[in-house]
Design a protein around this ligand. Structure first.
Ligand SMILES: [Zn+2]
Ligand SMILES: [Zn+2]
Length: 232
């Protein structure tokens, strides 16, 4: 409460500028109202993995039909298109942790509109300790903290460990990505009967979320959804 009042006061004294257009940002946000309201949303997506579907048909995409993923559903807030790619990059590589708060709250509010059961626990995608050391923070955990606090759902940052330091996946083809993350996660607790929501910044092919979901499934999770800020 005091924090909120202090932020409001600071904003009134020193309004911050919008990261995208340089105009006056909204209180407690890194963007102005117009830029915050014009972020790219997804329109027709696969009901299972949230990949863009060229047609308006609400059937699972070809990939999900051929090879059903280990997770139950993905819910994506935005499309991974400009300027979302730039914002996610800022959160991930340029230490813009103010974006974790903004995007985390937007993601939390978005999930409130979903007609799905409330998860028991929120699980950020773990980073390997070596990556954590270089980057200094895990952007998924930073997002998850705000999502969890907003929704009143506990965040488990240690329930799954990343046991292998996997190579960056950005330029890898799908089959290679799958092999790259296979067996990279290990549960350190029992998830028996729990509904788990994995939180991540961006989902590209889904290999990472799928590998994590496989690990959660083995640990007994009853339902596994992924809440992601952006879907490529
Ligand atoms: Zn703006
Ligand atoms: Zn799909």
């Amino acid at each position: 409460m005091v924090n909120t009042r202090l932020r409001t006061l600071r904003h009134w004294l020193l309004p911050e500028s919008c990261l995208l257009c340089g105009g006056e940002a909204e209180a407690d946000a890194p963007l102005c109202r117009a830029c915050g309201g014009a972020l790219p949303v997804l329109i027709h997506t696969c009901p299972r993995c949230a990949a863009a579907n060229a047609s308006a048909v609400s059937a699972p995409c070809g990939t999900c039909q051929k090879r059903p993923p280990a997770f139950d559903r993905v819910h994506a807030l935005f499309a991974y298109a400009p300027p979302l790619d730039w914002l996610v990059h800022g959160l991930k590589y340029r230490g813009r942790l103010d974006l974790a708060r903004f995007l985390g709250h937007r993601l939390a509010d978005f999930t409130l509109g979903l007609a799905t059961p409330r998860p028991d626990v929120i699980l950020p995608v773990p980073l390997h300790v070596s990556r954590l050391r270089t980057r200094g923070y895990n952007q998924s955990l930073e997002l998850a903290r705000y999502v969890g606090a907003r929704l009143g759902i506990p965040v488990d940052a240690v329930g799954v460990r990343r046991t292998r330091a996997t190579a960056p996946q950005t330029e890898m083809p799908l089959a290679k990505r799958r092999a790259n993350v296979r067996g990279a996660f290990q549960a350190t607790r029992d998830f028996a009967g729990l509904r788990v929501a994995i939180v991540d910044d961006v989902m590209t092919t889904g290999s990472t979320v799928s590998a994590l979901a496989q690990c959660l499934r083995k640990a007994g999770a009853a339902e596994i959804v992924a809440w992601v800020v952006a879907r490529a």
